[in-house]
Design a protein around this ligand. Structure first.
Ligand code: FES
Length: 93
């Protein structure tokens, strides 16, 4: 199992590797906001404070949306993340 930690409130969840972060958030009470859920609005932008290598790489489309939303290096879209191992996440302000 992979552990997902939400630094916003310290909540942790165990998920099977390959689970989408969006699915996790839609089935549990997690402190993370979403909008479009398809990678175009940037509402779900986050940083991986640990475990950046434990998610699938960003697509060109994801990177384009991230760049419109923030200049924070390494930011990702929560709605596009596939969890492969332990991660800790923090929303981008
Ligand atoms: S919810 Fe819109 S980009 Fe993720």
């Amino acid at each position: 199992m992979a552990k997902v930690t939400f630094l916003a409130n310290g909540a942790t969840f165990e998920v099977a590797p390959g689970t989408s972060f969006l699915d996790l958030c839609q089935t549990h009470d997690t402190p993370h906001d979403f909008g479009c859920t398809v990678g175009s609005c940037g509402t779900c932008c986050l940083t991986l404070e640990s475990g950046a290598a434990n998610v699938d790489p960003a697509s060109a489309d994801e990177l384009e949306t991230v760049e419109m939303r923030t200049s924070v290096r390494g930011a990702r879209l929560g709605c596009q993340l596939i969890v492969r191992g332990d991660i800790s996440v923090k929303p981008v302000d």
